[in-house]
Design a binder for this molecule. Structure first.
Ligand SMILES: Nc1ncnc2c1ncn2[C@@H]1O[C@H](COP(=O)(O)OP(=O)(O)OP(=O)(O)O)[C@@H](O)[C@H]1O
Length: 258
């Protein structure tokens, strides 16, 4: 089976006015079809850099990246990206914000209309298609961003702290909704977060990163049954995986041990 995304011994340094910054070192990871990967790590360990390189917007200093077996040498179009801020266009309706994705790809927007409406239904926003972004809450806007990222049916979804700007309750709700969306669509997902619980609850595997230069401290298989539910967080397995990650962060000086 061809991997959806493969990082082979990837290192990345940035040249800056004050000298090179080594962001990532020897990052090696293969993401299978339909796999959900969470990446947790301290600020500046190269998490966003990984996504930029996976999407062909930045390139490794060393090593190789492939999407579906093809080396990444230019911007990759067959993926969906969700950022921390929703970047919706305030002057376009919710439906038109979603359809901008096929439009920008030169596809027939009308052909994607039914799917956009289906996606809105899937995220609980049926009937909101004619509203404007300012009429929606932060969580609703992020749901629209997810629809926009999925409309062209990409095999790979890159999510960079998508719930970072939301309040804690909305965030918990969105995590469960994302899990449901993943169960229904089975995309390969890379989900970046600072929240250990969120990372564990969603993922098949959690990639724990060291401080910069970011290296993989450990890859942890969550081994939690599906579907995941809020009650999953009360299970012994969940608690022990979260503790394992906290201990790794203590070992690498990311969290202080008390
Ligand atoms: N274009 C750039 N030019 C120079 N340095 C950069 C550039 N992009 C990132 N860096 C540096 O590379 C390192 C990794 O940055 P990156 O944004 O990938 O980290 P991150 O883990 O996503 O951080 P955060 O969790 O704070 O978002 C940081 O030290 C950052 O300052």
């Amino acid at each position: 089976m061809v991997a959806t995304l493969e990082f082979q011994n990837v290192s990345k340094s940035y040249q800056t006015a004050t000298g090179p910054i080594e962001a990532l070192r020897d990052f090696d990871l293969t993401i299978g079809e339909g796999e959900f990967i969470s990446i947790v790590g301290p600020s500046g360990c190269g998490k966003s850099t990984l996504l930029s390189m996976a999407s062909g917007l930045a390139f490794p200093t060393q090593g190789k990246i492939s999407v579906k077996g093809e080396p990444v040498s230019e911007p990759v179009t067959d993926l969906g990206i969700v950022f921390q801020t929703d970047v919706l266009l305030d002057w376009r309706t919710i439906l038109d914000n979603i359809l901008i994705q096929p439009e920008m790809r030169g596809l027939d927007r009308n052909a994607y209309r039914p799917r956009a409406l289906d996606l809105l239904k899937m995220v609980g926003l049926e009937g909101f298609e004619k509203k404007y972004p300012y009429e929606l809450s932060g969580g609703m806007r992020q749901r629209v961003s997810i629809c926009r990222a999925l409309i062209h049916e990409p095999p790979l979804l890159l999510m960079d702290e998508p719930f970072g700007a939301l309040d804690a309750l909305t965030r918990e709700q969105m995590v469960m909704e994302l899990h449901q969306i993943w169960l229904e669509t089975r995309k390969s997902v890379i989900f970046i977060t600072h929240d250990i619980q969120e990372a564990v609850l969603l993922a098949d595997r959690v990639i724990v990163m060291t401080p910069r230069p970011g290296r993989i401290a450990e890859i942890i298989k969550t081994d939690l049954p599906h579907p995941r539910r809020p009650a999953t967080m009360e299970t012994a397995r969940f608690i022990s995986v979260v503790a394992q990650i906290r201990h790794l962060f203590e070992k690498h000086g990311v969290l202080k041990a008390y």
